[in-house]
Design a protein around this ligand. Sequence first.
Ligand code: F6R
Length: 640
Amino acid sequence: MGRPARSYVGMVIYIDYVNRAGRGLVKVCGIVGVACSGPCSRYFGKPVGLLIKECLLNLEYRGYDSVGFAVYSSGRIVVRKSRGKILEVERKLGFDEFDGAVAIGHTRWATHGEPSDSNAHPHLDCGGGVAVVHNGIIHNYLELREYLRVGGHVFRSETDTEVVPHLLEELIGRGYSTLDALRELARTLKGAYALAVVVSHEPGRIYFIRNVSPLVIGIRDGAVFVASDIPAFLRYTNRVVVLEDGDFGYVSADEIYVENVVRGVVDWRGRVRVVDWTPDMVAKGGYPHFMLKEIHEQPTALRNTLASIPPEVGEAVKAVAKADRVFLTACGTSYHAALVGEYLLNTLCGLNATAFIASEYLRYRKILREGDVLVAVSQSGETIDTLMAVREARKRGAKVVAVANVLFSAIPRESDVAIYTRAGPEIAVAATKTFTAQLAVLLYLATEVARTLGTEDPGYLDLLRREIAALPELAGGAILLHEARIKRLAEKLRDKTNAFYLGRGIGVPVSMEGALKLKEIAYIHAEAYPAGESKHGPIALVEEDFPVLFTVFDDEFKDLLLGNLEEMKSRKAFTVGLVPKGYPDIARRFDFAIEMPKLAPYTAAVLYSIPYQLIAYYTSVAKGLDPDKPRNLAKTVTVE
Ligand code: F6R
């Protein structure tokens, strides 16, 4: 190629995010790499191909339409890849046929280019000397591709990723060291990326670079991992370094080098953390699906979360109590937790609190200011929209409190105060145990704020405190008592195409979450409304046997909801009620009633979410679907 790559970088007029082909799509992929100080089988008792397969299975929640790996073997890089889920194509790929000291692997979630063998990762350069796996989206790939194509590079896929090995080939061919080439790559690529790279002339190393998309290093004697997420290698090590935006470098079996594009050489030793998750936490443990396991783990998740409410909550309480205004932001299920938080802060604490969907944060740009607190809720701690809202709020002088489940992830790292839920790793795409753990944390926070501000009767707050402490046990009881019946209810719901979830007060976000669960894993169109709204339009859809699910708490809205129930019954709807125990007359009025412990609506909100999760799960299973891997969805959304 005629032009030096450096001048190319200067020459191209980058229009930020010119190519937004990937924007708006949900996307993640899982990447992993391992470097051992000899054949992998010597250290792990299995060939490197099998080790990579095992790690990828732990990342499959991040993407599952194609899979592939690259191994350095007999002086060259060998790539095997295919469309399909790992266990569907494992024989074809022959994971067990490859041993070696270094390998990288990938499980894909297609954005650029359909799921196919050629679009699967790893991608190679022209000479076969550079193999790359990637999570993220490179927005300016079309320009780069055109430049490289004109220069003679031949592309074999439709992916954005493939520009990376060719760019590296180009730079290395010009005499750049691989590290210098990565530095250049950081200046050239626009978008989100976590990349793991092997180059054939440095066979013991895996190079990496991270911007926006998550990447962690796992360290054990004689081997080092890089991966999108800790569960990939948790069976082998819990000593991790979480990489930050702009970090790049390499790992080998006995060396780690990390540099940051802005800050220079990084003292990674000071960043080593020991995570307290165990491998059992990421295996299915006898359950048919992760989702069911995670639903059943809620007593433990709640117990661990409540037992380890960290000292940071005290800091958060102070910040929220003296805030001019409180905003809460999140996406999806976490947004429903934020709505519950908003309701708690409004009604228990009398605070001016507003929840907004993180992807809409730009609307609040001019509104957020010093004196405000933003509570950012995110299971993964990596959701890009939530992260952008956090950055904007901090830029505007607001204080940010994060509620996250993944330790040291970007959102808590970039916040002023981090509160962690202790739900353990959540593998199923649909959030369950992390949602109820978020609710428990927000409830605890709100009761403390109410106590500080004196906005609620101390006796009532003590009652709430006792109910919160009982939640783990009550959650176990709710599952035990209702699971079998809910399975039967699912048989009835499986053939439905629509459903309404109605509630009032704090029952509205609980209903919204119930509807989202049914939608996302059972593919039934479900909408939630404040019950009072149902007669302002939605009821027009109700006809015989149309399912309407009511969230009825033992609160001031009970009687109004029963009025709404009658409206639905007179249209011959099929009515399901989550109702408080001790009111047999209420239970009898529903076609199908699930009696829940009689609690204050605030604590009931946590508990009622569980039967809704079970309804969605068993309906999905009754329809023959895979609830762990719903179509078009991915666990962590790192693209705006
Ligand atoms: C739905 C679900 C998603 C996530 C959303 C935010 O079951 O899991 O709606 O809640 O993508 O993710 P986090 O909480 O990781 O920010």
